[in-house]
Design a protein around this ligand. Structure first.
Ligand SMILES: *Cc1c(COP(=O)(O)O)cnc(C)c1O
Length: 386
């Protein structure tokens, strides 16, 4: 059997070796606590589950989904954007359903990159921003996110050759993995940049509904001119505890969405319309209380983790959004991987090495808040004792 050489372009699954170690430890009776992956531990809000139960019993959801997404879903997304962000969207041309943000971001690479074309990608960043361009025959060019620039990339630092070949720019606020929120004026800067260099801007919005301390995250599309140069991928996964449902939408520039549709109608057949009907209920006005209660749970966990880390001498900034704590590794370790390995071996706690999200993430580790309070407390207590 000979497999495609494109598979050699992407690293093997970065956590494979880690998973093997964890299995071995658990088999030996060690109580391993994982703070690695960002996957909400609490159930999807009951009104969404109830809407799904009704939708699944409705035979109109049982056939092939419509390619652009079910009308009710597209209208619910448009109504949500109007209510929540003050952004007007045409549900016919400026909204489309996606089978999760991951599918959408990956396929945008296939729709917009020719061989050798460049996608500008935040570093550290969500792995699909770099794996996607490589699998599509393009080339990711990394934009470092540095603490001294509030984790916003320096668009002026991108080389002229790379700008010439750039077709896409991927970025995300509130940011995974750094927990940073968008610095004032940065969305405006990106709009001007996209316009000047004719680059399609892709804002990956996975965390606008997960924020703390009174911070309300904007949509990229609120920025004047954003719709002319870009799209936003809005995922229901994190804000509504729906990671397993695969429910997202791409919104914004109609021409870009048309190209995505053109590509996608040749790749998959859309997402289950019952999921879209439940997603429409999730985006309705009645779930604000559930979202607030969920954010209160994460805020409590955030404070618990940040207090424990601060006591252990770690220089940690409590994030205003996302479900992650991003902090520098202690002195005396060669790499973030070495520190995380040490924490696993000595404390039986899994945390993510910053280097796994890109070279600029080196020197940091990430803790996910998606673990029940008592286990989270036990885990940070073990780390503190190290
Ligand atoms: C979790 C996450 C996603 C994945 O979203 P899905 O809709 O579940 O595919 C995308 N981008 C970022 C930044 C994420 O953290």
């Amino acid at each position: 059997m000979r497999r495609s050489s494109r598979l050699d372009l992407i690293p093997p699954y970065m956590f494979a070796e880690l998973e093997r170690k964890v299995r071995a430890k658990r088999a030996a009776g060690v109580d391993v606590i994982s703070l690695g992956i960002g996957d909400p531990d609490t159930p999807t809000y009951p009104p969404i589950v109830e809407a799904m139960q009704r939708a699944v019993a409705d035979p109109s959801t049982h056939q092939y989904p419509s390619n652009r997404g079910r009308q009710e879903f597209r209208e619910a997304v448009a109504a949500f954007y109007a209510r929540r962000f003050g952004v007007e969207l045409d549900p016919e041309t400026e909204v489309m359903a996606a089978i999760g943000a991951k599918e959408c971001i990956f396929n945008l690479n296939l729709a917009f990159l020719d061989a050798g074309d460049v996608a500008l990608a935040s570093d550290p960043g969500y792995p699909v921003y770099t794996g996607g361009p490589l699998l599509a025959g393009g080339r990711p060019v990394l934009m470092p996110l540095l603490a001294e620039r509030d984790f916003a990339p320096d668009l002026n630092a991108i080389g002229a050759d790379e700008l010439e070949r750039a077709r896409l720019l991927f970025f995300n606020y509130p940011n995974n993995p750094t927990g940073a929120v968008v610095p004032p004026g940065f969305f405006e800067e990106v709009v001007a940049f996209g316009r000047q260099h004719e680059i399609l801007i892709v804002h990956d919005n996975a965390y606008s509904e997960t924020t703390y301390d009174g911070y309300i995250a904007p949509s990229f599309l609120q920025t004047p001119g954003a719709k002319e140069v870009g799209v936003e991928v809005f995922s229901l996964s994190k804000g509504y505890n729906m990671t397993g449902w695969r429910c997202a939408a791409i919104v914004g520039n109609a021409e870009a969405i048309e190209s995505y549709w053109h590509l996608k109608s040749n790749i998959d057949s859309g997402n289950f319309e019952a999921v879209q009907l439940a997603g429409a209920v999730a985006l309705g006005p009645d779930l604000e209380a559930e979202k607030r209660a969920m954010n209160e749970i994460y805020r409590r966990r955030r404070d618990l983790v940040c207090d424990a880390l601060a006591q252990a001498g770690v220089d940690v900034t409590p994030p205003k959004g996302t479900i992650y704590i991003w902090a520098p590794i202690p002195e005396g370790f060669d790499s973030s991987a070495a520190y995380c390995e040490h924490v696993l071996e000595q404390a039986a706690v899994i945390i993510s090495p910053g280097g796994a999200y890109g070279a600029t993430g080196e020197g940091y580790f990430r803790i996910s808040l998606t673990t029940p309070d008592d286990r989270l407390l036990e885990a940070v207590e073990r780390i503190r004792r190290l």
